[in-house]
Write a protein of this length. Structure first.
Length: 607
């Protein structure tokens, strides 16, 4: 994606099922858990922009000894800073002491058997260390401590906040991270108190009751009760103070989660290749966490995978496949190549099959895999025709430019040089230039930088190809795309409606959105607006918007079809930002609210 949009967070849970001594003897690594977590987070770094955090919990500690440790960082090189601070505790230890795992666990932090790591890619503007996961809910009762981290966004954070007030809580913030923490914490407290009363009535003494609660605490019941009103996409991971841990995924499987377990370890992470690399595993051994399920590990190592709610239709976020997740995943690599292959016929039609006078390229680097799929398909076609395909790397991104110049024209002129091009390959005014991108969201970078730079190569025509369909609707499950008027596809629709004298349709949609919000109807009122024009008409208008002023080169745009997307990614059909078909009621509320904000000229978030 040539222009930055916000990402989705990364979360990783590691549960060591053996004593620390086992890993030192087998792998020669007294800090096995910390080092594996470090590698997991490093390999998921693409999921973090704002900061990182780590928490560890020690099993069966002695009273008066610290058993929960947490460190977070928002430094520029946040992962290095985070683990530098952790490793500082072990830096100057003599070799015999570093090999003494019992001593390490007793005397030093971060030597617990359960580790929870997080990479933050915030969807809101605030970026302080306090907004970094993991979050802690502390209590003097070991079973009532809660460590929480996740990759989630709740569309109904206000409703969840009100629920907390109704049960008597007084939350310090309205953020969904706090409401989720307190919601789970409330039902944890409730169950612990119930078990305490039960065992007290049965005649057990207080010291014995803790162990009884350890064994009888029903993690699944807590998750069932706390998630009843959750609306959003999420993978949430938590650790209770005594050592029970869990990872749960939303009922539609919107957010990604993968896991592996054997008799030594249980590990769960947001991406499959990170687990493969960190533990040297074949991809076939790593499973996808099913929607509506929770992976639960009790303090004694007993592991289960169980549903905590009724699953909905599986609609995993397709943007994970197109762009967000690391392309080193076996399936994602194949899917991205298929996205490119699926565009071949549309491109050939647009260039009238003239391969001799066409040069193909891509931007940015993450579009390379789709480009490879396209080139393979074009080569097959060209071989049948006795022709060749001209594929080149023409666009290079320079080091990130920073400017604090207030003048918009001067800033735009500098931004146009973020990318550079390779000269001498494209024949002046003879070659058509086809450039593939992952997706076109707002179009600003494409217009102000890429097309402007490519025009200096003097092509006859520029054809911009998106491996994703037109982004028409907001996302409220993770990606920071809640303002509908920022999308170039919506800008194109607005232009076409106004030009056709259909201003009244915009107004009618506004009132329909207001009515739907007021009556809490689960309907996307914006979808009908797009029915006034074909996909091709909207693409042509997008091409017009993307063409810089005074540019004498024709610009065309080709988008992936939703049908082509589903064919390439058959198991990941979450496409609400393309189709408007939201999997939860909260999504419908957000799109209608976003349109109301646009109509009322409010440049604010829709959730």
């Amino acid at each position: 994606m040539s222009e930055l949009i916000k990402h989705e967070c990364g979360v990783a849970l590691v549960r060591l099922l053996k004593p620390l001594k086992f890993y030192h003897e087998k792998y020669g690594d007294a800090l096995y858990g910390i080092n594996r977590m470090n590698l997991l987070l490093q390999k998921m770094r693409n999921r973090g922009q704002d900061g990182a955090g780590l928490a560890t919990v020690k099993l069966y500690p002695r009273p008066g000894h610290r058993y929960i440790s947490r460190k977070r960082s928002i430094a520029e090189n946040y992962l290095k800073d985070l683990f530098d601070q952790v490793y500082l505790y072990f830096k100057d230890l003599p070799e015999h002491q570093l090999a003494d795992t019992e001593w390490l666990k007793t005397h030093l932090p971060y030597t617990g058997e359960i580790l929870l790591g997080h990479l933050r890619y915030g969807t809101h503007d605030s970026n302080t260390v306090e907004t970094c996961h993991p979050f802690l809910r502390q209590n003097n009762w070991i079973t009532r401590n809660l460590v929480l981290a996740g990759n989630f966004n709740m569309t109904n954070a206000d409703e969840l906040f009100k629920n907390l007030l109704e049960i008597g809580q007084f939350p310090k913030e309205k953020a969904d991270t706090v409401t989720v923490l307190e919601k789970i914490g409330h039902f944890l407290d409730e169950q612990v108190e119930g078990l305490y009363a039960k065992f007290k009535e049965e005649g057990y003494q207080n010291p014995e009751i803790n162990q009884r609660i350890f064994d009888d605490l029903d993690v699944l019941d807590i998750l069932k009760k706390s998630t009843k009103k959750f609306d959003g996409g999420f993978v949430i991971s938590g650790i209770f103070g005594h050592g029970d841990s869990f990872v749960m995924r939303d009922k539609n499987g919107i957010r990604p989660a993968y896991y592996y377990m054997d008799d030594e370890i249980v590990v769960c992470a947001s991406e499959r290749p990170t687990i493969q690399t960190a533990f040297n595993l074949h991809h076939s051994k790593i499973q996808e966490l099913p929607p509506a399920h929770a992976l639960i590990v009790k303090h004694n190592g007993e592991t289960s995978l169980r549903p905590y709610t009724e699953p909905g239709k599986k609609l995993s976020c397709s943007f994970e496949r197109i762009y967000f997740s690391r392309g080193s995943d076996y399936n994602i690599y194949k899917e991205r190549k298929s996205l490119g292959r699926n565009l071949r016929d549309r491109i050939l039609k647009k260039i009238d099959g003239d391969l001799d006078n066409t040069v193909f390229t891509y931007v940015p680097n993450t579009a390379e895999t789709a480009f490879m799929g396209l080139m393979e398909s074009l080569q097959e076609y060209a071989s049948e025709k006795g022709k060749r395909v001209r594929g080149e790397k023409l666009i290079v991104k320079d080091a990130k430019m920073r400017t604090f110049i207030a003048d918009d024209d001067t800033r735009d002129a500098l931004v146009s040089h973020v990318y550079d091009v390779t000269y001498g390959i494209v024949r002046d005014h003879k070659d058509t230039l086809v450039v593939m991108d992952d997706s076109i969201v707002r179009g600003t970078t494409m217009r102000e930088s890429i097309i402007t730079m490519l025009s200096r190569l003097n092509p006859k025509r520029i054809v911009v190809v998106s491996s994703a369909p037109q982004i028409r609707y907001p996302d409220c499950y993770g990606i920071d795309m809640s303002k509908i008027h920022k999308f170039i596809a919506f800008n194109a629709l607005e232009n076409l409606l106004l030009r056709a004298g259909k201003d009244d349709e915009i107004e009618k949609t506004y009132y329909r959105c207001l009515s739907a919000i007021e009556q809490e109807r689960e309907i996307n009122c914006v979808q009908d607006l797009y029915k006034h024009f074909s996909e091709e008409e909207i693409s042509d208008e997008i091409a017009s918007i993307l063409t810089p002023k005074d540019l004498d080169v024709e610009v065309d745009v080709i988008y992936q079809s939703i049908k082509g997307l589903h064919a390439a990614c058959p198991k990941h059909k979450g496409d609400w930002y393309f189709s408007g078909d939201y999997p939860t009621p909260g999504g419908m509320r957000v799109v209608n609210r976003s349109f109301v904000n646009y109509y009322e000229k409010k440049d604010v978030r829709a959730y």
